[in-house]
Design a protein around this ligand. Structure first.
Ligand SMILES: [Zn+2]
Length: 83
């Protein structure tokens, strides 16, 4: 499980300045509810950037899910659109 990333003290130390720098606002819709710190470059492909504050941005959960779905559909297209 990579889920432990989201519960560690290291994650908290990364997330707090990301939220602070982002003014506690979602960078896409400007919302202030359900905020979360998101990695600009995914940890899956850039594990060395997992705790780099400049690789973080503030998203609300709604935009984060939308963004994830968006990148998944792009990924599918890249792979040749398997149905
Ligand atoms: Zn948002």
């Amino acid at each position: 499980m990579t889920d432990s990333l989201h519960h560690g003290l290291r994650y908290k130390r990364w997330r707090d300045p990301v939220l602070w720098l982002g003014d506690y606002k979602c960078c896409l819709c400007g919302g202030t509810d359900d905020l979360t710190a998101d990695h600009i470059k995914p940890v899956v492909t850039h594990p060395q950037l997992a705790f780099v504050v400049s690789n973080g941005r503030v998203l609300c959960n709604k935009c984060r899910i939308g963004d994830m779905l968006d990148s998944w559909s792009k990924l599918k297209l890249k792979k040749g659109g398997t149905k």
